[in-house]
Design a protein around this ligand. Structure first.
Ligand code: AMP
Length: 495
């Protein structure tokens, strides 16, 4: 039954030629950002959208452009493009093109991807005939404009997607030059996950009297996303990861590292440890990146190892877990990372492995998302990078008591033992409420039942009582068996 508060796509002003195909593509009701942006865009207004991947922003700017192109009719002139969409990464550009084709349905629109790392000649040939929509990363586009292969004088729609990322990547000068080349008679939409001062500055120079539309960040609104931090020293992370991966509930996992080198190292170790993993980052060829994405989307590859930049815009449905093998340098990337899971109301888990050197980054993340994240794990294990016992706890005076760091397996048979008011995290708690190094215990209070069951599996003795009986033993059994298999393989290989 239709919710009377939510408009339909036709009520937003889109023509039947488009809306008929949308339902078939699974788009029944507009997302909030679509409901806010589409009517204004159809009227020709500039849009400032604060939204990120997962909000439905591609359709928010894409549908009005397709509607406009259909209304215009005719063919684009040679070497021109009627609409130009700039994206910071190749992956995002590819996904935007796929989405536009889906939105256009049976209506014919000529699109071209103008990206580095792909055949320039093909792009030049397509542009020579004239296109409806060009989806581009700034570098290659500027190159083709300077070479006279594309003119922007006929460009009516200009979209800047993920503007914050574009600025982070140093594209400010090309973006401004491209905007100038289009000229003032354009309609512009700028989307950004955040309103950093540089984005606000760019907004002022590019947009004319824009309508501001906003979708709240998935990180703060999606209640089906369960976030946890596991304390683990850098040397212990590989073991923790293997323990996590022993659980078949981690069906489709995206794992983030801070650097390309880190992504390669983790991918190699995952292969050695018997897991199907593929890496995606800027040093990989476009073909290798597409192959990795394809394998991951089809389920052949269980774990996609990615850097922040490469992962922007990746929209693979059904990602069950996001693992932050390392905390990102910039807190905002945490929000982008965890937005890969728990999409469109599905549930998901985000697990962050944090060592002693990463505590300040964790605090930055918590400040940004305005939440204290529950911490689990063994403080001792985090100490292999030199954290002194208890420092994690002491360093977090802001942490609510029932969410303080805890030790795995301390409170035998009594999970959530510190769940009562004024729990064991406070100074001077009763003996037995802390482990020897001062870290208080696990607390499962306040978690959704399924999250509770899953997380409790991670926590030694505590999990045995929270999850169905025997689950912990099964996970441990699988892990022990894996270790034996690995040891046997190593022996056999050495022999
Ligand atoms: P985006 O934020 O544009 O990357 O979109 C995120 C995901 O949501 C994509 O898989 C879209 O196909 C999907 N999506 C966008 N809008 C809708 C809608 N109105 N109904 C259902 N799915 C949607």
């Amino acid at each position: 039954m239709k919710d009377i508060m939510t408009p339909t796509f036709s009520e937003l002003g889109l023509p039947a030629t488009i809306t008929d195909g949308l339902a078939a593509a699974g788009f029944e009701t507009p997302t909030p950002i679509q409901a806010q942006a589409i009517p204004h865009q159809l009227k020709g207004r500039d849009i400032l959208g604060i939204a990120q991947t997962g909000s439905g922003k591609t359709a928010a700017f894409g549908l009005p452009i397709i509607a406009g192109l259909l209304a215009m009719g005719g063919r684009p002139k040679p070497m021109t493009t009627r609409a130009l969409i700039l994206a910071p990464t190749r992956e995002l550009a590819v996904q935007i093109e796929e989405s536009l084709r889906k939105f256009a349905g049976a209506n014919r629109i000529a699109t071209v991807l103008v990206l580095g790392g792909m055949s320039r000649a093909n792009q030049v040939n397509k542009l020579a005939k004239g296109v409806d929509v060009t989806i581009a990363t700034p570098g290659r586009l500027q190159d083709l404009i300077e070479d006279g292969k594309l003119k922007l004088n006929e460009t009516r729609w200009f979209v800047l997607d993920e503007a914050d990322r574009m600025l982070d990547m140093g594209f400010i000068a090309p973006v401004k030059a491209i905007a100038r080349a289009i000229g003032p008679n354009r309609q512009t939409a700028l989307f950004s996950a955040t309103m950093a001062p540089e984005v606000a500055e760019l907004t002022k120079s590019l947009l004319k009297d824009p309508v501001r539309v906003e979708a709240s960040a998935p990180a703060t609104t999606v209640t089906t996303l369960d976030q946890r931090v596991i304390l683990a020293g850098s040397k212990a992370k590989r073991g923790v990861l293997n323990t996590l991966l022993a659980d078949p509930e981690l069906k489709r996992v995206i794992l983030f590292t801070r650097t390309k080198h880190g992504a390669d190292r983790v991918t190699k170790n995952l292969a050695i440890d018997g897991h199907d993993a593929a890496a995606i980052h800027g040093n990989k060829s476009q073909n290798a990146r597409q192959a990795a994405l394809k394998g991951f989307a089809s389920g052949q590859v269980r774990i996609l190892v990615a850097t922040d930049i490469a992962a922007r815009g990746i929209d693979v449905p059904g990602i069950s877990h996001v693992i932050n093998y390392e905390l990102p340098d910039e807190a905002e990337n945490y929000v982008h990372r965890i937005g890969r899971t728990a999409r469109n109301g599905a549930s998901g888990f985000a697990i962050t492995l944090c060592d002693g050197t990463e505590r300040s980054k964790l605090r930055d993340v918590e400040k940004l998302i305005r939440r204290t994240l529950p911490v689990t794990g063994d403080l001792q294990a985090a100490n292999d990078t030199g954290v002194t016992p208890g420092t994690v706890n002491e360093a977090r005076p802001d942490r609510p008591r029932n969410e303080r760091p805890m030790r795995v397996g301390q409170n035998s048979g009594r999970p959530g033992g510190n769940g009562r008011p004024g729990g064991s995290g406070r100074p001077g708690a009763k003996p037995g409420q802390h482990r020897a190094d001062g870290a208080p215990r696990q607390n499962f209070a306040g978690l959704a039942p399924e999250a509770k069951a899953w997380w409790s599996k991670l926590d030694g003795e505590a999990k045995a009582a929270e999850a169905p009986r025997g689950t912990a033993a099964k996970v441990k059994g699988r892990w022990d068996k894996r270790q034996k298999d690995v040891a046997r393989t190593k022996r056999d290989t050495a022999a």
